[in-house]
Design a binder for this molecule. Sequence first.
Ligand code: ATP
Length: 304
Amino acid sequence: MHGYDLLVVGSANADLVVAVERRPAAGETVLGSDLATHPGGKGANQAVAAARLGAATGLLARVGDDAHGRLLLDTQRACGVDTRGVLIGAAPTGVALITVDPSGDNSIVVSPGANARLTPDDVRAAGELMAAAKVVSLQLEIPLETVAEAVTTAGRAGAKVVLNPSPPAPLPVEVLAACDLLVVNEHEARYLLRDAPAAAEGTPEAWAKALLARGPRSVVVTLGAAGALAATGDGTAVRIPSPRVRAVDTTGAGDAFTGALAWRWGAGDELTEAVRFAVRVGATAVTRPGAQQSYPTAAEVAAL
Ligand code: ATP
């Protein structure tokens, strides 16, 4: 059996992007640029990020039996991701329909498609893949019950569980408590703490402390250009600044950060060490356009 440094269980989407002068109002039709099609989805992004850095990476996901699904599979394989866990069919590949105006504002419609058909049964059937992984990394672009099943299966198989609860959704308390590492940005932290306004209005240190009280063993808060905060159950909370870079496109920076972090932390780095590496990966990714195509190799991170 192939051993994985990291197994990502999550979404794979085709991002369909059209630049427009003005985003259309209800009932309106506008003409736009040529269509650009990019591989995306938080799960697929994380897998590519880790594989490009050199991690032995697998992806458990579902795509449609269509051209977008083939594009996503080809991209994963070209980056060295093991796609044995990618199931095909049941619905069209998930897509994000994106219009962007000259000011950079966008409107996005997501059709989850096959991502919404990744079931708890699919996860149970992939128990062998889970058992081969040091770390299993999850996000919330697949059904919550599938995430819950993956958290349980991974824990039982002895893999560490990393969760980025994005996009924010009501998370069962037992799922949060079963995480070894929770990775949140400001928006996700405040959402999870919506029932604790005093903590939600506080500092990132206060968010981390309040989230740790709900059970995850460690919490990392990403802070954009300011870097990230690493907090553990023993009360330590360390801010790790990002290298200063000229950001041109932050799309998918969070996924690059989390893929890199999950890999290094699962490989045995101290949490602060792993975050130090991940902020360098995130910082490199924002200096280039796009999501997956902006993700660096280990040599590029070292050269930053
Ligand atoms: P996104 O949704 O844009 O993918 P996010 O909101 O989940 O990202 P951020 O906190 O914005 O997460 O960014 C994740 C990481 O990427 C940061 O912790 C940092 O390491 C890096 N990063 C993001 N923006 C910048 C920037 N302008 N300069 C340097 N590093 C950045």
